[in-house]
Write a new protein. Structure first.
Length: 290
C-alpha cells in the first residue's frame, strides 16, 4: 500500500480524523460509535434536566452565573444540583459556605447539601483534605474525575443539574460534551471584543459535537451609577447581539456588575443574595431555560 493510500481518511470517518483507523489506539473516539461514549449515571440517580455552563475564557463570572441560576431554580421549589467540573479552579463550595467533606462507600459518592435551599454539590474541594491544596494532574486524569462526578455520585431526584465547566475548549469540555448527556449549554461572556471572539470558539466547538446551545448570558454588561442611576458600559459597547444573530442563538439576559455579588460569593452566602436588579436579570434567563 502506498504511503498516501495508507494515510487516506476513510469514507464516513468523523470530522477531525486525519488518518485511517489502523494508526489509532483502541480508545480513540473516532473508532467508536458516538453512542458508545455516553456514560451511565449512578444506578440510584435520577436527573430530569442537565445544563452545562461554559465560557470561552476565564474571568467572566461563569461560576457566579452557575450559582445564580442554581439558587433561582431552587428557590422556585426545584431540587437542584451543581457538578463542579472546574477541577483545577473549584469555587462552588466556597460560594455556598460549604466546608464539610463529601462521604461515600465502595460504590457511591454522596454529594454535600447546602443549608438554605438544599442544593446538592459535588466538587473536588469536597474531597481534598485542605481546600487550598492544588490539583496537579494532567488533562486525562482531570477529565476522568469529572466523568466520575457523573457516574459515581448519587444525584437523587434532581430536577436540574448544572455542570460548571472550566473555561476554554480543552479536555474537560470535550469529555463532558462526548460522555455526559447534557440537554444543552449556556455560554457566558462579557462585552469585550476579545471575549466575543473566544466565545465563538466555544459555540463552534459545541456545534461540531452536536451539543445544543440554549442561549448566551452577558455578565458584567454594565455598572449602575449609584448617584444618578445611569448605566455605565465599563467594557464598552456590547457585541453580544451581533454574535447571537450570527449563530441564531437567544440572548438569555444581560447581568450588571454589582459589588454585593462578589461579597456574597466570598462570604459563602450566595443563597442569601438578594439584589433586585441582578435577580430580575437572572430570572429572565431562568424563564427561558425552564
Amino acid at each position: 500500500m502506498s504511503e498516501n493510500k495508507k494515510n487516506e481518511v476513510p469514507e464516513g470517518a468523523p470530522e477531525g480524523c486525519t488518518t485511517n483507523c489502523s494508526t489509532c489506539g483502541a480508545n480513540c473516539p473516532s473508532r467508536k460509535d458516538p453512542a458508545d461514549l455516553i456514560a451511565s449515571p449512578h444506578e440510584g440517580s435520577t436527573i430530569k434536566n442537565m445544563i452545562g455552563v461554559i465560557s470561552g475564557k476565564g474571568g467572566v463570572g461563569k461560576s457566579a452565573v452557575t450559582e445564580l441560576l442554581a439558587t433561582r431554580f431552587a428557590a422556585m421549589g426545584n431540587h437542584v444540583g451543581i457538578l463542579d467540573a472546574d477541577i483545577t479552579g473549584p469555587s462552588i463550595p466556597k460560594a455556598f459556605g460549604v466546608t464539610e467533606r463529601a462521604t461515600g462507600d465502595e460504590t457511591t459518592i454522596f454529594p454535600v447539601t447546602t443549608g438554605k435551599l438544599g442544593i446538592d454539590l459535588m466538587s473536588i474541594n469536597l474531597l481534598l483534605e485542605n481546600a487550598t491544596d492544588p490539583v496537579v494532574w494532567r488533562g486525562p486524569v482531570i477529565a476522568g474525575t469529572v466523568k466520575q462526578f457523573y457516574t459515581d455520585v448519587l444525584w437523587k431526584d434532581i430536577d436540574y443539574l448544572f455542570v460548571d465547566m472550566p473555561p476554554g475548549t480543552g479536555d474537560v469540555a470535550l469529555t463532558v460534551f462526548q460522555s455526559i448527556p447534557l440537554d444543552g449549554i449556556v455560554v457566558v461572556t462579557t462585552p469585550q471584543d476579545l471575549v466575543s471572539m473566544i466565545v465563538e470558539k466555544a459555540i463552534k466547538m459545541a456545534g461540531l459535537l452536536n451539543v445544543p446551545i440554549l442561549g448566551l448570558i452577558e455578565n458584567m454588561s454594565y455598572l449602575r451609577c449609584p448617584d444618578c442611576g445611569r448605566k455605565i458600559e465599563v467594557f464598552g459597547k456590547s457585541k453580544l447581539d451581533e454574535v447571537a444573530a450570527q449563530y441564531d442563538l437567544p440572548v438569555l439576559t444581560h447581568l450588571p456588575m454589582e459589588p454585593g455579588l462578589s461579597s456574597a460569593v466570598d462570604e459563602g452566602r450566595i443563597e442569601y443574595y438578594s439584589d433586585p436588579e441582578v435577580l430580575t436579570a437572572i430570572d429572565e434567563a431562568v424563564g427561558q431555560l425552564r
